[in-house]
Every structure is written in structure tokens, then in C-alpha cells.
Design a protein around this ligand. Sequence first.
Ligand code: HEM
Length: 347
Amino acid sequence: MTTTPAKNPAPTTAPAPGPALGRVGAVLRSDRLLRIFAWAAVITNGIIAVTGATVRVTGSGLGCSTWPECQPGTLVPEYRQGLAAIHQAIEFTNRTFTGAVAVASIGTFVLLWLRRPRRRTLLWLASVGGFGVLFQAIWGGVVVRQELAWWTVAPHLLVSLVLVFFALVTVVRIDEPDVPARRLVPRPLQALAYATLGVLTALCIAGTLVTAAGPHAGDVDTPRLGLPVLSLAQAHADLMFLYLGLLVALTVGFLAVKAPRKLLNRGWLLIGVTAAQGLLGLVQYATGVPEALVVAHVFGAVLVVLAGTWMVLGTRERSTAEDSVQLRPAPIPGGDRPEKPGRPQFS
Ligand code: HEM
């Protein structure tokens, strides 16, 4: 939802010095560029979770034997006897892709920083993405230096999922005015919706423990978590059934209170994605965790985090009175161009 320039004077951008700089300034402060970077942060954080799993299941975790260099004395892969070229290439590609995540996440923060007036909440949200990618780049070094110890690999994936969550919240908040949120469902239902994020977190943590006890460590010699895989997988699956049960109860609750159609659709979408991910999890477990299914399962986990966040964000809205009356899109606060009528709006 957005603010209307007429009655609620949207903050305008400061006049740009000089025509060329003015044009550059206008581009840097354009709504379009901000949305592109913010969505790029969502997508690249999701992709690196999947490329990270690809490194793990292909046994390329130590393809680059050290950090920040790939091989002692060189930042790039070194092709010589005894060094598996494919593992180096897979690990190095994953490391390089961190650059794309950094540009998208830190770029979003910088573009928000350049706007006037600055939107503090958004800057905080975007700073999580910026500092998060820096943390992940360094923690990646800890993973290699600790030779892929499971207690380093598990948080590495979990932090990526958290960054996916914050990146999507940032995308949605960009198009919302900085006014208090209005609940679209009764408080107990909204509380239940937020509680599902807690269950999803436990579900993903349990998943990384199944991985830690399972065969795909990222290198054949890496010691595994000494707990029975079956019990961990059972706990992981039980949490999935709890999550799915809560989502069904929640969506039926949305129906009962005649919640907005868009929220209902988000509930059904989340149930669908979760059920598909659960089925994939069961099949991958039953077939001995084949590499391709494990990577697909991590991609599925990213989709569940996105759909889960999207549903929770749909339980409230931020709009000015005019918005709900006029229902006409308008410029983003701090932006410089009004939205074209009929353009899809976030959340
Ligand atoms: C919404 C449902 C589910 C979500 C969000 C989810 C999420 C995850 C996550 C985040 C991981 C860790 C991946 C990694 O460490 O790289 C994982 C691993 C795993 N999950 Fe699930 N999972 C779900 C359902 C299931 C179900 C129902 C099963 C059935 C037993 C299952 C079986 C597994 C297995 C076997 C692994 C370890 C894969 C490996 O060895 O690398 N998952 N899951």
C-alpha cells in the first residue's frame, strides 16, 4: 500500500546539483532501481542457499583448501595434479556468487541511504541484509578453516534463510507508508500466524541437524554429528506435520473471519508449497538422500520461507486513509516518480 502525494505530501527528493549528476541522482533515487535491488537481494540470497547445498552434496566443501585464498598463495582456483578441478570450480563459483549477494544487499541499503527523508525502519531492515552478507562471507571462512564441522555448516544455511526472510520484508516495506500497521485479522489469528514462523525456524534447524548426521558433509573425511539420523529425520518430519497442521487451522480461521481474499490465497499457497516440500523430504529420505533431491529440498526450504513470510505479512497492512479510499497507486515515500495506475502493488 502507498501514500498519495496530494493530501499527504510525499517527501520530495532534494534538487540534484548539475544536469549530469542530476540525472545520475535521479536514477539512484528512482523507485524502479530500488525495487530491482531489493528483489535481487531476495533472489540472490535464495540462490546462494542452493549453490551452498550444491557445494555440500558434491563434496566440494574443501575444493578451495583455504580462505580467503582458494589455494595457498592464490585467490583463484589452481589447476594442478592432486587438486580436483571440478571441486575447486564449484566452491569458487559459490564464493564468487557472494559478490552478487553483496551488491544486491548492500546496494539496497545504499539506495535507501541516498533518499530524503531517510526511512529509519527500512534502513534497519536493509542493514540486516548488508551486514548479513558480510557475516556470511567471513563465516564461510570459518566453515573452511574448521574443515566443514557440522556446527559451522548448519548456521551457514540457517543465516541464509534468515536473510531471505529479511530481504522479502524489506521489499514489502519499501512500498508501504511509514504508518502503524493495521491488522486484517483478529489478534489471536495474527498471533498464530507469527507463531508459525517460530515452528518453521525449529523445522529448518531440525533439518540442518538431519544433514549434520547424514552423508552429505561437503567432504568425505568430515566427521558427522553422532546422533541417529532416523530420530532426527523423525523429529524434522514431525515438526513439518505440526507446521502444516497450524497452517491449515490458520487458513480455516482466515475463512471463518472472512479475511481478505489475498490473505486467504497466501494461506493456500503456503499450504501447497509446504506439502510439496514435505513430500520431497519424505521421498529424498526414503531414497537415501540423492544429491539432486537434497539440493531441490534446500530450494524448497527457501520457497517455504518466502511463502511463510508472505503469508504473515498479509495479516496486516500499512496504508493511509486516502489509500484505502482512493485505491490509486502513488509514489513511494522518498521516491520521485508516481506509480503508473494499475501496476501491481507489494502486499
Ligand atoms: C516444510 C517442510 C520442510 C522444510 C522447510 C525442510 C527444510 C529442511 C532444511 C532447511 C534442511 C537442511 C538442509 C541443509 O542442511 O543444507 C533439511 C534437510 C533435510 N530434510 Fe527437510 N524440510 C521439510 C520437510 C522434510 C520432511 C517431511 C522430511 C522427511 C523425512 C525431510 C527430510 C530431510 C532430510 C533427510 C534432510 C537432510 C538432507 C541432507 O542430508 O543433506 N524434510 N530440510
